[in-house]
Design a protein around this ligand. Structure first.
Ligand SMILES: Nc1ncnc2c1ncn2[C@@H]1O[C@H](COP(=O)(O)OP(=O)(O)OP(=O)(O)O)[C@@H](O)[C@H]1O
Length: 365
């Protein structure tokens, strides 16, 4: 398998610049997910790695070798598309074998490789069928099988699960993670679904407007988002953002007065913040608890999921969501008192930049 370095990748379509200075070092055998909203440039970046699109400037380096000018077939890369791209008139066997036939591989080797891929993907009893006789998930597995037999240095996946229903997506997520583990391969995966990113990635690249907002492990992004954009994108339900004002800074951190809420001293780096500044306090719904913490939430909608009660409502004029225990004694249209530990709060300035948390500073040190 291989390392993959993207060096200063830029891409413009006419006057429209869609990728800005992308610099990423992807490690050998890493599963990296590109995530971001529609139009942020995820697929374009993947297509540039595959060689299906040319970068305006920058380099693609695989295992230390610059492949930017190489033909897609010579890069040692294999790509799985959302649309499966199977040949409907060919059997599952022939679809998987296709790249090997093109490479004129001797029949015994070809059969062994297809059999191995089919075994990994649990398609052994489907090899004689045509794609039209398979479910969506099975078709996607055939497309993955066609990738596996090529033994690429890097696997690329472009939203491979988006045509599947929710239950099947969940199953395929687990299968793909297992596949990564079995093949011990370097994989780059594009999705707009943060749950896919969180559950499958070793590291996630959050893209926004053609720029990398943050590159880190799922837990780094969840606990230490670099920006409000990342914080709002990672975690389900989404993070709450409560308007607040800085009322003091000292060695303990930054004191903020939350609108219609408590005054909290957050253990964050006060750099760049002064009393009177408008800020936002970010709180994951699961960090809110029942208790007298100075936040009175008027409940509008209650979603009882069994283990959890996802509670939607307002704190003054601000929408807020709390993920409370399933047994929480709460009802729609009532008010409930909420609390949060200051150490669980994130602080964002008016430009959406995070104030570094003391625990992050400790981690770095
Ligand atoms: N061939 C093209 N010509 C002109 N503009 C393009 C072309 N391909 C992509 N773009 C533009 O580049 C930007 C990034 O597109 P891209 O498909 O990479 O986004 P994405 O993050 O993958 O979005 P989605 O999740 O909707 O697929 C978009 O603004 C898109 O309109």
């Amino acid at each position: 398998m291989a390392t993959l370095d993207l060096q200063n990748i830029q891409k413009s379509f006419g006057d429209a610049k869609v990728l800005h200075d992308i610099d990423l070092a992807i490690r050998d055998r890493e599963f990296v997910v590109f995530v971001g909203p529609s139009g942020c440039g995820k697929s374009t970046l993947l297509r540039i790695i595959a060689g299906l699109e040319e970068a305006t400037s920058g380099k693609i380096v695989i295992d230390g070798q610059d492949v930017s000018r190489d033909h897609p077939l010579d890069r040692g890369i294999s790509m799985v598309f959302q649309s499966y791209a199977l040949y409907p008139h060919l059997s599952v066997f022939e679809n998987i074998a296709f790249p090997l036939r093109v490479a004129k591989m001797p029949e015994p080797d070809l059969k062994a490789k297809v059999a191995r891929a089919a075994e990994i993907l649990q398609l052994t009893d489907k090899l004689k069928l045509k794609p039209g006789q398979l479910s969506g998930g099975q078709r996607q597995r055939v497309a993955i099988g066609r990738s596996i037999v090529r033994e690429p240095r890097v696997f690329l996946f472009d939203e491979p699960l988006s045509n599947l229903d929710a239950a099947l997506r969940g199953d395929m997520r687990v299968e793909l993670s297992q596949l990564h583990w079995q093949l011990d391969a370097t994989m780059v995966y594009v999705t707009h679904d943060q749950v896919e990113a969180m559950t499958m990635a070793d590291r996630i690249v959050v893209l926004n407007g053609g720029k990398v907002e943050q590159f880190g492990t799922p837990m780094e992004l969840y606990h230490h988002p670099a920006t409000k954009f990342v914080a709002g994108f990672i975690g389900q339900p989404n993070m709450n953002f409560l308007p607040a004002r800085v009322c003091g800074t000292d060695t303990a951190g930054v004191a903020v007065e939350v609108a219609n809420g408590p005054t909290l001293t957050l253990p964050v780096d006060p750099e760049g913040l002064t009393p009177g500044d408008a800020v936002e306090v970010g709180i994951h719904p699961e960090d809110l608890t029942l208790g007298d913490g100075g936040m009175t939430m008027k409940i509008h909608v209650l979603e009882r999921l069994g283990g959890q009660s996802i509670t939607h409502g307002h704190l003054g004029g601000t929408r807020i969501c709390a993920a409370l225990p399933g047994t929480a004694p709460i009802r729609e249209a009532e008010a409930v008192e909420l609390a949060v530990a200051p150490s669980a709060c994130h602080l964002f300035d008016a430009r959406g930049r995070v104030a570094r948390r003391r625990d992050a500073l400790a981690l770095v040190a």
